[in-house]
Design a protein around this ligand. Structure first.
Ligand code: SF4
Length: 390
């Protein structure tokens, strides 16, 4: 394995490409486009009509770093839940509306921060565009035009034969043009496809043909493993070109997992300050400890640590010391012991059984020195802490 520098750079690396110039909209308090940081969003899986369950899930999403949340509004019961949800949610709520134009007006009246409409499912919306544009404009509520390969406008499906990138883009821009006729441009667009290649093509075309902010998504991306890879590949390709203003990772998994993946994608691309980063070696025939177990235990022990800290977990004394020395904190293991490094200096050598607890203690101490607001459960682990009873 080649030794690489693992240290936190003194200044963040420059982005891979300048961000595409897009107009800015406000989704409640969150700016989207116009150079605003790329935001991460998700969608609740509860029945929206179940206000408490939905608010509970929104609270969990908020705690995990979700910045905008979308709720499905398929029925009148869901519409009636919107005012309470919009009022009590700590993050902006977008109402996701497919078939019923009247629900768009209800969502705006309910105080939702934005409304998502799907041009493929809303032919009947086209007659209502003037009214929707007026209501949304008066309330300062943006509209997401969310085109989805699975529900592409039938007219475009017969024109193109299938949901090609061109078809997705034409559908989105056609719907935008209807709103533009009424002077409404408070719009963001998504053109989702389950194939990252088609999706990337579609967003590239869209990025050239309009200046609306873009919501990135690979639709029906699949279970957590496959969906994470598809989303990381597709978002990575686009964001590396400066395309994309807000992202939603779609996984067949709890929505909190979507947020974790979304945040990690942005951190990996340097589009968001890196938080805790565990750098662990892949292990090889030289490993003298169980690196997988060590890395997993350190990761679990430091979950929720709110600081940009790089922790290196290395399996042997060949490359380990050099690499651990470059991280903020690290261990190089061997001969039943672990050499613990802090900011490049060996501070102690501990028996293998104490490596995890020592790394966690030192990480917490560094975080404390950095002035981090530690969650109670981590603060209790600080050396000399008085344990808080929860
Ligand atoms: S065990 Fe040592 S040589 Fe092998 S991957 Fe880990 S650090 Fe590199």
């Amino acid at each position: 394995m080649t030794a690489v520098s693992l240290g936190m750079p003194p200044v963040p690396p420059p982005p891979l490409a300048p961000r595409r110039a897009s107009r800015q909209i406000m989704v409640g308090s969150v700016p989207v486009g116009g150079g605003a940081p790329v935001s991460v969003q998700s969608m609740t899986t509860t029945l929206t009509s179940d206000v408490n369950a939905t608010l509970q899930q929104i609270a969990e999403l908020t705690a995990s770093g979700c910045q905008i949340v979308r709720v499905a509004v398929p029925s009148q019961d869901d519409v009636e839940a919107l005012p309470a949800i919009a009022r009590k949610s700590q993050i902006p709520v977008i109402a996701d509306i497919h078939f019923q134009p009247k629900y768009v007006f209800a969502a705006i009246d309910a105080g939702c921060a934005a409304v998502r409409v799907n041009p493929g499912n809303i032919r009947q919306f086209d007659d209502k565009v003037a009214e929707i544009a007026r209501a949304a404009g008066d309330a300062g509520v943006p509209i997401r035009i969310g085109v989805n390969a699975g529900s592409l406008d039938k007219r475009l499906l017969s024109k193109y034969g299938r949901a090609t990138a061109e078809a997705l883009v034409e559908s989105a821009l056609w719907e935008c043009s209807l709103f533009e006729e009424h002077g409404f441009r408070d719009i963001k667009i998504s053109v989702k496809h389950n194939d990252p290649v088609v999706m990337i093509r579609a967003y590239r075309q869209l990025a050239e043909q309009c200046d609306y902010p873009l919501h990135l998504g690979v639709t029906e991306a699949g279970p957590a493993f496959q969906g994470t890879i598809k989303s990381a590949v597709a978002f990575g390709a686009l964001l590396a070109e400066g395309i994309g203003d807000t992202i939603r990772v779609s996984l067949s998994a709890p929505p909190v997992e979507e947020i974790k993946v979304g945040n990690q994608i942005l951190e990996s691309l340097g589009l968001r300050e890196r938080g805790l980063e565990i750098v662990s070696c892949p292990s090889c025939g030289r490993a003298q400890v169980d690196v997988y177990k060590l890395a997993e235990e350190v990761t679990a022990g430091l979950e929720g640590l709110p600081v940009p800290l790089r922790v290196a977990v290395m399996g042997c004394v060949v490359n380990g010391p050099g690499e651990a020395r470059e991280a903020d904190l690290g261990v190089a293991s061997g001969n039943g012991k672990g050499q613990i490094f802090v900011k490049g200096q060996v501070i102690k050598t501990v028996p293998e059984a104490q490596i995890v607890e020592t790394l966690i203690e030192e990480a917490l101490r560094l975080a404390d020195e950095m002035g981090a607001e530690l969650p109670d459960e981590l603060r209790d682990l600080l050396p000399g802490a008085t344990v808080t009873v929860h």
